[in-house]
Design a protein around this ligand. Structure first.
Ligand SMILES: [Zn+2]
Length: 730
C-alpha cells in the first residue's frame, strides 16, 4: 500500500502538481513539460510509485474551505480518482496562535504515524510519500519532522520561478473557475515549464519509537486518529495536552540514552547465549525483528551468506557423489590400463546388477591401493540410478538407523565409496582437498574443523598423509595456518580457515596408545593445522574410562580433545569423556539432558556440545516435521540445552551422507527445536561455533572479530534505504 500524505493551505493546486508527477497514469499533468524526460527519470531513480490513497491534513477557515472546494471539483474532473481522506484541525484558521500551531502539528504527527502503520501492515515495499509543498511553513516543517520520526520513502516539494503565471495561481475569479479543469489534463507547455516537482529528502524511522517507555512503544492505539471515510472530511479536536504524541516524542528524545540502555539490559537479562557484539549496535527495531522472526526455509540464502564455522565434519563423509566421482577420476587417470582392467573386473558383477548384495563393500575391501582403484572403477562406471539406489535408497527411511536391523552400518552406507575407500590412493588427495574447499566456500564457511583417521588412509606414515593434505588444501586456497602478522591486515578475501582433528577408533584399543603418540608427534610439525584429538566408533564397545591410559601422551601435551559420546548411549559415557578423557567438547552428547549435574557442570565450565541435527535424526531418531517417518520419535533436546545456557555448536557431521549443508542444519534445528529458533538465536548459535573452535585464543579472537564485522555489515546493510545517498536537499 502506498500513501501520499500532504499538508494543504490556500494553494490547493500543489496536490495535482505532486500527483501529476508521481502518478502520471492518474493525471498526466506534465505530458508537454519541456523537461518531461528528466521528470520521468527522476521519478524512476527515486522509485516513486503511484499512491493508493491520498491523505490531507489542513486547517479550517475560509481560505482552506475555498481551497478544498476547488480540490473537490478537480477530484471529480479526473478519471477514476483514488480514495481521498481529509482531516481538518477543528477550529483552526490562520495558525496565528501557539495553540493552533500545536493542534495542526499534533494532527500531522498522528496522521503520519497512522499512515506508516497502515503501510507496514500491507505488502512489503509500500511507500509513504510526504508532500511538503502545501500549507504554511510551520505545516511543512511539521510534516518534515514527522517524516524524520516515522520514516518516509520520499519528501516531495514543488519549485518554480517567482511569480508563477497567474493561470496557475488562479488570481482572478475567472481564472479560479477554470483551475480545476486546467489541472485535470496535461498543462500547456508554457504553463507546465513553470513547475518543477522534486525529491527534497527521505525520512528514517527513528529507533526511539521502538523502545518501551512506561511499558509501551509508540503506536496509534495510544495516539488514536479516527479515519474519515473515503472522500469525506473529518474535523479533529485536539486532545488534552498530556495525551499529545508530540509530548511523548519529546520525552523519548530527552530520555533516549536511558531508553537504549534499558532495552539492551532487558535483552541481556533474557538471553543465555551472548550474540555477536556488533549486533547490539543495530537499531532496536532491527534487533526486535531478528528476535521475533522465526527461522524458516525462506532464510536459507540468508544463512548461506552469513560467515559460519563447522566444528564437526568427517573427511570421510563430507563429499557428495559428483565430488566423489571427481576424486575417482583423478585416481583413474593415474592407473595403468592393466590396473583399470583389474579394477573393472572386480566390480563387474555389481555393474551388471541393479540391486547389490548388502555386503558389496567387502568385495572392494582389498587393502591399500586396490580398494581405491576398485572404488574409482565403481564410481565411474555404475549408473547414477545404481549408486543412488544402493548407497542411499536401500537405507531409507533414514530415521533411528542405529536401532534398525542393519544398525549403524546403514547410516554409514552412503559413504562407502568415499573417505578411506579413496584416500589411500596418493592421487586422490589433491582432488579431495579441492572438493572440500569448494564445498566449504559454497556453504559460506569461514572456518572448518575437518576430522578423520590418517592412520587408516596411510597406515605406515599417517603424519605424512596430513602433511600432503595440508598442502593440497593450501593449493586449493584454504588457510591452513594462523595468518602471518604481515598479512593480518590485508584483505584476504573469502578464504576459509581449515584445521584437522585426528580421530581415534574406540573399537581398536590395542592400537590406540601408539596412534595417540603418532598424533602427538605429528602435532609438533603440523601446529596450526592439526588442532586436536577425537574418539569415535561404536560407543557400545570400549568406554572412555577403559581408554583413558592410551591418551596419556595427549594429556601431557595439553592437546584439545573432543569425544563422540552420548549419541544414543547413556549420559554415563559423556561423564566419563569429561572426567577421564578431559573432553573440551563432546560430539553429539544428546543424552546429557538425562544428567542434570553434568549438564550444569558443562555450562559452568563452557564444555560445548557439537550437535548435528540431521545426522542425529538418522542415527538416533528424533522428530523432524519435514520427515514423515520420524513422527513417533522423541523431541530433539536442543531447546532444553539452550534454555539451560549450555554451549552448543550446530555442525554437519557427514554432509555427503546426510545430503545436507551447514545452512540446512540450522533450518533442521529450527524445525526440530521446541518453539523453533529465531533469527537472533541462530546468529548467537553461529557465534558459539567460533567461540569453541580448537584454535589458540589469539587466532580465535581475530577470527571472531572479523566474523563479527562481516555479520554486522550484512545485517545493517540489509535495512539501509537505497535512496539516502543521492538525495539533494532543498
Ligand atoms: Zn561424528
Amino acid at each position: 500500500m502506498n500513501i501520499l500524505l500532504c499538508t494543504l493551505g490556500a494553494s490547493w493546486a500543489v496536490i495535482p502538481e505532486i500527483l501529476g508527477w508521481i502518478a502520471p497514469n492518474q493525471v498526466d499533468l506534465y505530458a508537454h513539460h519541456p523537461q518531461r524526460a528528466l521528470l520521468d527519470s527522476l521519478r524512476q531513480h527515486h522509485d516513486l510509485q503511484p499512491p493508493d490513497e491520498l491523505w490531507i491534513c489542513t486547517t479550517e477557515g475560509d481560505q482552506t474551505r475555498r481551497s478544498l472546494e476547488q480540490l473537490r471539483l478537480w477530484w471529480h474532473a479526473i478519471a477514476e480518482p483514488l480514495p481521498l481522506r481529509i482531516w481538518t484541525a477543528a477550529g483552526t484558521s490562520q495558525l496565528a496562535s501557539q495553540h493552533e500551531c500545536a493542534h495542526i502539528r499534533e494532527l500531522t504527527l498522528r496522521a503520519t504515524l497512522l499512515a506508516s502503520e497502515r503501510i507496514a501492515a500491507g505488502d512489503p515495499g509500500g511507500q509513504l510519500v510526504l508532500s511538503l509543498a502545501g500549507g504554511r511553513k510551520t505545516m511543512s516543517a511539521d510534516l518534515q519532522t514527522a517524516g524524520g520520526i516515522f520514516g518516509a520513502h520520499a519528501l516531495l516539494h514543488v519549485v518554480g520561478p517567482e511569480p508563477l503565471p497567474s493561470e496557475l495561481l488562479g488570481r482572478s475569479t475567472e481564472e479560479r473557475a477554470k483551475q480545476p479543469r486546467l489541472f485535470s489534463s496535461p498543462l500547456p507547455a508554457e504553463l507546465a515549464k513553470a513547475i518543477m516537482p522534486l525529491v527534497a529528502g527521505t525520512g528514517q524511522h527513528s529507533e526511539l519509537l521502538d523502545l518501551a517507555l512506561d511499558g509501551r512503544t509508540v503506536h496509534s492505539q495510544h495516539f488514536p486518529l479516527p479515519e474519515p471515510e473515503p472522500n469525506e472530511t473529518l474535523a479533529w479536536q485536539m486532545p488534552p495536552e498530556n495525551d499529545a504524541l508530540f509530548k511523548e516524542l519529546q520525552e523519548r528524545q530527552r530520555q533516549s540514552s536511558d531508553l537504549m540502555g534499558n532495552f539492551l539490559a532487558q535483552i541481556a537479562a533474557q538471553e543465555r547465549h551472548e550474540n555477536w557484539r556488533s549486533l547490539y549496535r543495530l537499531t532496536p527495531g532491527q534487533i526486535q525483528a531478528l528476535r521475533q522472526t522465526p527461522l524458516g526455509s525462506q532464510h536459507r540464502q540468508w544463512l548461506q551468506t552469513l560467515p559460519k564455522a563447522d566444528l564437526h565434519r568427517h573427511i570421510g563423509g563430507c563429499l557428495d557423489l559428483p565430488m566423489q566421482r571427481q576424486v575417482a577420476q583423478a585416481i583413474w587417470v593415474q592407473m595403468t590400463p592393466q590396473q583399470r582392467r583389474q579394477g573393472l573386473h572386480c566390480v563387474q558383477a555389481l555393474l551388471d546388477s541393479p540391486e547389490w548384495p548388502w555386503n558389496w563393500p567387502e568385495r572392494l575391501a582389498a587393502s591399500g591401493l586396490q580398494r581405491a582403484e576398485r572404488s574409482a572403477a565403481l564410481l565411474l562406471h555404475a549408473s547414477e540410478i545404481q549408486l543412488q539406489h544402493n548407497l542411499f535408497a536401500v537405507t531409507e527411511p533414514r530415521v533411528g538407523l542405529k536401532s534398525g536391523t542393519r544398525g549403524f552400518a546403514a547410516y554409514e552406507r552412503p559413504g562407502e565409496l568415499s573417505g578411506s575407500a579413496l584416500l589411500s590412493h596418493p592421487a586422490a588427495i589433491n582432488a579431495y582437498a579441492k572438493a572440500i574447499v569448494e564445498q566449504a566456500r559454497a556453504e559460506g564457511l569461514s572456518y572448518l574443523e575437518l576430522r578423520g583417521s590418517p592412520h587408516k588412509y596411510r597406515e605406515n606414515a599417517p603424519a605424512e598423509f596430513l602433511v600432503e593434505l595440508r598442502q593440497a588444501l593450501k593449493n586449493a586456497d584454504a588457510a591452513v595456518a594462523p595468518p602471518q602478522p604481515a598479512t593480518e591486515l590485508s584483505d584476504s578475501g573469502p578464504m576459509v580457515r581449515i584445521g584437522f582433528i585426528w580421530i581415534l577408533d574406540r573399537r581398536y584399543p590395542e592400537k590406540m596408545q601408539r596412534t595417540v603418540e603418532q598424533a602427538v608427534q605429528a602435532q609438533e610439525h603440523l601446529a596450526g593445522f592439526l588442532l586436536g584429538l577425537d574418539l569415535a566408533g561404536d560407543e557400545g564397545t570400549n568406554n572412555p574410562t577403559q581408554l583413558a591410559p592410551a591418551f596419556s601422551s595427549a594429556f601431557a601435551e595439553c592437546l584439545p580433545i573432543t569425544i563422540h559420546a552420548g549419541e544414543g548411549e547413556s549420559a554415563e559415557n559423556i561423564w566419563q569423556a569429561a572426567y577421564h578423557l578431559h573432553a573440551d567438547r563432546i560430539g553429539h552428547g544428546l543424552t546429557l539432558a538425562d544428567h542434570a549435574a553434568l549438564l550444569a557442570r558443562f555450562r559452568d565450565r563452557g564444555t560445548c556440545l557439537e550437535l548435528c541435527p540431521t545426522s542425529n535424526r538418522e542415527v538416533v531418531g528424533f522428530r523432524d516435521p519435514l520427515v514423515t517417518a520420524s513422527a513417533g520419535h522423541p523431541d530433539y533436546p536442543l531447546r532444553k540445552f539452550l534454555d539451560r545456557g549450555l554451549p552448543v555448536a550446530l555442525c554437519t557431521d557427514n554432509p555427503g551422507i546426510s545430503r545436507t549443508t551447514l545452512a540446512d542444519e540450522y533450518l533442521a534445528a529450527a524445525r526440530m527445536c521446541e518453539q523453533g529458533l529465531s533469527q537472533w538465536e541462530a546468529l548467537a548459535l553461529i557465534r558459539q561455533s567460533f567461540v569453541h573452535a580448537f584454535l589458540p585464543s589469539a587466532e580465535r579472537e581475530a577470527l571472531l572479530k572479523s566474523a563479527d564485522q562481516a555479520t554486522f555489515r550484512l545485517l545493517s546493510h540489509a535495512s539501509t534505504p537505497p535512496l539516502s545517498v543521492h538525495d539533494h536537499q532543498p
